[in-house]
Design a protein around this ligand. Structure first.
Ligand code: M6R
Length: 609
């Protein structure tokens, strides 16, 4: 949901802003712009389209400057156009703003500012920020931003500069993330750490109601009342190389292939093969608290929600606690009832999803203990939760979540085992068996990945199909949902995920020779049931592709195509079954010429409601 960047330092600012925006492009990509200050003059360049269009424009007609700000947009107010692209200006053009978020009272502010004589040029909510700061400006940009912030309602992360207060960038936030990178003689401000990593590994994350005043001599932090704030400097551990494609055509494909490593990294140091124990002391929730958990409530969106659904099976089987899984966007508006023995588990790879964050806050207000499962260190969700279980997936750039999904599954399995052990609900033999099997999962994932070419060939045969049905049961029902979501979001092909037992209650009416079914059929307790469901589809001229164990001699007689995976413990099969579905979606999308890493209408980090 929009990416913002700012740079103050001795290096040439334009290439730094452009490189930074490329790394933030996954957050939004309908228009982009930069503003730089050169010898007391602001120069702005904005384009409709992606960063490469901005780059082309700058190649044709370069800008120079000593410091500046930039933005990549995901439109909320006002269609994607050059005029609506950020940075936005005040009446004088001497002050510019980049913004991520939504100003909820912008119409009222706009009307009032217009009455006072301000001239608006765009349809955006952001433009009111520029005019409001202009109105408040008395020589200090810091004070003007502070005064304006007091009148803004909604969510905003902003970076502002004005030639009337030279050599200054002011950043402030309520809601969306902002991180300040503290390099040698240079400071960056950004929506996430990715653009910063090339320059420094030292960073400070702004909290809501805080601002950073960036000058050539360094940065100072304040709260909105003007009180100086001492920020903790975090050491970023992500390797900048993780945000390169490294020979893969798309980030998504690279990230699919990174999954074995990601699962290993997320397990690392958390399991003991000697004792069969899972150790999660790091999460910050005490063993007595966990021992008294009588129910878990999982809240998430999108792919993280699907991971939560798989987690329900893990937690119920291994910890024997009842689990509810909720869409954050629905949950936050419910009159929900929660008791003190409920553990709320919020799952979010980005740690910034607005609905998940709002649901988390609502649960905290009702005194529930909240554990976050996230991939983003010091993200809003990580900071606001009582405990955090980090996934170690590294940065995920493809808008479609892949490696963060399997990392979330790993974290959920660890949590289920840990909770089961603390509560005494799981015997040692089961713990050992699962931990041992979990150790083997990354290698088995590698075996699935080694068959990518066969999945690519299979995808070639289905490129022109317009509808797909995905079905699974038990722990693979959520994988069916996830497989369908992957196909929908990157290839724009209609796909539905269903629990196979529900087919005969309606969806089977869709089946004909034009609607292939991807069935997830590992050998587990519902295997025979699934074979019956498959027969029902075959009896109606349906074409069935089955993800099944490679040593399953029976399945080829029941389906048209088998996509083999190594056999595994039934509960752990989602780690393997999801991989061919990710690859299938990827190859269909790539062959259809879709923009795989940046699908239309989407953004990686959904920081607006
Ligand atoms: O960052 P989060 O995990 O909270 O994001 C949740 C969803 O926005 C995300 O999973 C989305 O559905 C992806 N496009 C799925 O590929």
């Amino acid at each position: 949901m929009c990416g913002i960047i700012g740079y103050m330092g001795p290096k040439s600012v334009v290439p730094i802003l452009i490189e930074g925006l490329k790394k933030l492009e996954y957050r939004g990509y309908d228009s982009a712009g930069i503003a730089v200050v050169d010898k007391g003059h602001i120069q702005t360049r904005r384009v409709k389209g992606k960063i490469h269009s901005l780059e082309e424009s700058l190649q044709k007609s370069p800008l120079n400057g000593s410091y500046g700000i930039g933005h990549t947009r995901w439109a909320t107010h006002g269609r994607p156009s050059e005029e609506n692209a950020h940075p936005h200006r005040d009446c004088t053009g001497q002050l510019v703003v980049v913004h991520n978020g939504i100003i909820e009272n912008y119409l009222a502010l706009k009307q009032a500012l217009k009455k006072e004589g301000h001239t608006f040029r765009t349809e955006t909510d952001t433009e009111v920020i520029a005019h409001l700061i202009e109105k408040k400006f008395r020589g200090s940009l810091e004070e003007a931003v502070r005064a304006a912030a007091a009148e803004l309602e909604g969510a905003f992360a902003v970076a502002v500069l004005s030639v009337e207060d030279p050599d200054t960038i002011v950043a402030a936030k309520v809601g969306p993330p902002l991180v300040v990178g503290l390099g040698d003689n240079e400071t960056l401000v950004s929506s996430d750490v990715n653009p910063i990593l090339a320059y420094t590994q030292n960073a400070a994350f702004l909290e809501d109601g805080e601002m950073a005043v960036i000058k050539p001599e360094g940065v100072k932090f304040f709260d909105f009342s003007g009180k100086p704030v001492t920020k903790k400097i975090e050491h970023l551990t992500w390797n900048p190389l993780l945000i390169e494609k490294r020979g893969f055509k798309h980030f998504m494909l690279k990230e699919i292939f990174e999954q074995p490593e990601v699962v290993r990294d997320t397990l690392l140091g958390r399991i003991s093969l000697d004792s069969g124990k899972v150790r999660l002391d790091e999460i910050g929730l005490s063993a007595p608290l966990l021992k008294h958990v009588r129910k878990a409530l999982v809240i998430a969106c999108g792919t993280s929600y699907h991971a939560g659904l798989v987690g329900k099976y893990f937690l119920e089987s291994l910890a024997h606690v009842p689990v509810e899984v909720e869409y954050a966007s629905e949950f936050r508006y419910r009159d929900f009832v929660i008791d003190k023995d409920t553990l709320v588990i919020v799952i979010s790879q980005s740690g910034e999803t607005a609905d998940t964050l709002a649901a988390l806050r609502a649960c905290k207000e009702r005194c529930a203990a909240v554990l976050a499962i996230t991939n983003a260190v010091s993200s809003s969700i990580a900071r606001e939760s009582h405990g955090v279980l980090y996934t170690h997936a590294g940065p995920e750039i493809g808008v479609a979540a892949t490696k963060t999904f399997t990392a979330q599954l790993t974290a959920l399995l660890l949590l289920a085992l840990n909770l089961g052990q603390i509560k005494g609900n799981i015997d040692q033999e089961t713990s050992y068996a699962l931990i041992e099997e979990m150790q083997r999962i990354p290698h088995k994932m590698e075996k699935v990945l080694a068959r990518a070419k066969a999945i690519e060939d299979l995808a070639s045969r289905f490129v022109s199909f317009s509808h797909f049905l995905y079905m699974g049961r038990w722990v693979n029902f959520p994988v069916a949902l996830e497989g369908a979501l992957k196909l929908k979001e990157i290839s724009y092909v209609h796909a539905e995920g269903y629990p196979a037992g529900e087919m005969k209650h309606g969806p089977i009416a869709l089946i004909d020779e034009k609607m292939p079914t991807l069935a997830i059929v590992p050998k587990d307790k519902v295997y025979d049931k699934l074979l019956s469901n498959i027969s029902e589809i075959k009896a109606r001229a349906g074409y069935v592709l089955a993800v099944a164990f490679e040593d399953d001699a029976q399945i080829p007689q029941h389906v048209d195509v088998v996509i083999p995976i190594p056999s595994a413990h039934p509960l752990l099969t989602p780690f393997l079954t999801v991989v061919p579905l990710q690859l299938f979606a990827y190859f269909i999308a790539a062959k259809r010429g879709a923009d795989v890493d940046q699908p239309r209408n989407l953004a990686k980090s959904v920081t607006v409601e």
